[in-house]
Design a protein around this ligand. Structure first.
Ligand code: SAM
Length: 287
């Protein structure tokens, strides 16, 4: 007689988005998925313990973050095989977006387990929508690389036509704003979005030059998303000649404007790097 096949109970992996600053953004589905989980894998177990406590839940927590995610894979797959339902959360927002989550989701799916992503806040999308810039096509660039390669990385995006979205840390904001002005020209529109969904949410809309000047004066604090207009027709337009630039610069300098301010104004007018126009001013002074 043929032996009856025992259908093994198998667990499910759910990537659960969580609020990026406002606990009222928690959804019923997020709550239900966390409540149904046998285990919660979390970036920072202490931080996530507080979120679970807010929901009145007490769950076994397993730390799962960038530097241990590869090592945890086997363990999590074994738990799924044992029939455990796992909810994976990051410190804030959507797991997998500049946070761990994608690799274990793929590994679990490929191993035949059921996987799902429970939607919720994502700082990039929140900022994009609030920026007022075109949303039809956009490119999310995450965090910019650090050090020397950062400038090169931005230069490669100079002709990108889609709206660009970057995450940035407060201690790098000033340097990044200066580089944006350098590479994309001061005239491009952008939005600096700060502390989204939180009590002190702020969205500043203006040109790169205007907002770079604001943040040279103000101490950057909190969390930031930068949204930058893509390269439009004007940005693709053939370059204005050096003689014309010098003539216009000279007019401003003769009118009493300071060298740097004049360079900024001309650069914004033609969407040029400030440094290039500033250098022309030095040439003018020598002539
Ligand atoms: N997974 C998250 C998401 O879905 O947005 C992103 C995590 S990433 C490690 C953290 C970065 O996201 C921060 O440095 C900041 O650039 C951005 N961010 C997160 N929360 C934010 C908020 N409330 N306001 C502005 N930016 C935020």
């Amino acid at each position: 007689m043929e032996e009856p096949k025992i259908k093994q109970k198998r667990g499910k992996l759910s990537l659960v988005a969580t609020p990026i600053g406002n606990l009222a953004d928690l959804s019923e589905r997020q709550r239900d998925t966390l409540a149904a989980a046998d285990l919660v894998a979390a970036e920072d177990t202490r931080h996530s313990g507080l979120l679970l406590a807010h929901l009145g839940l007490k769950k076994p927590l397993l730390s799962y973050y960038k530097h241990n995610e590869a090592g945890r894979e086997e363990e999590l797959l074994a738990k799924l095989a044992a029939g455990e339902n796992i909810a994976l959360i990051s410190d804030a927002g959507t797991p997998g977006i500049c946070d761990p989550g994608s690799s274990i989701l793929l590994a679990a799916a490929q191993a035949g387990f059921e996987v799902d992503a429970i939607p919720g806040p994502c700082a990039a999308i929140q900022a994009l929508v609030l920026s007022g810039l075109p949303t039809e096509r956009f490119a999310f660039e995450g965090f910019l690389p650090r050090g020397k390669v950062k400038l090169e990385f931005l230069q490669k995006l100079a002709a990108e036509e889609r709206t660009l979205v970057f995450y940035e840390a407060p201690h790098r904001l000033r340097e990044t704003m200066q580089m944006l002005e350098e590479v994309f020209g001061g005239g491009r529109r952008m939005a600096v979005c700060r502390e989204l969904t939180k009590k002190f949410q702020e969205v500043q809309r203006g040109t790169v030059a205007e907002l770079a000047a604001v943040w040279q004066e103000r101490e950057p604090r909190g969390e930031y998303v930068l949204v930058l207009e893509g390269c439009d027709e004007a940005c693709h337009r053939p370059e204005v000649g050096e003689e014309q630039l010098k003539a216009e610069l000279k007019r401003l300098l003769d009118g009493g404007m300071k060298h740097k301010a004049a360079a900024r104004e001309i650069a914004a007018r033609y969407s040029l790097p400030v440094s290039r126009v500033y250098a022309l001013g030095l040439v003018l002074k020598r002539e």
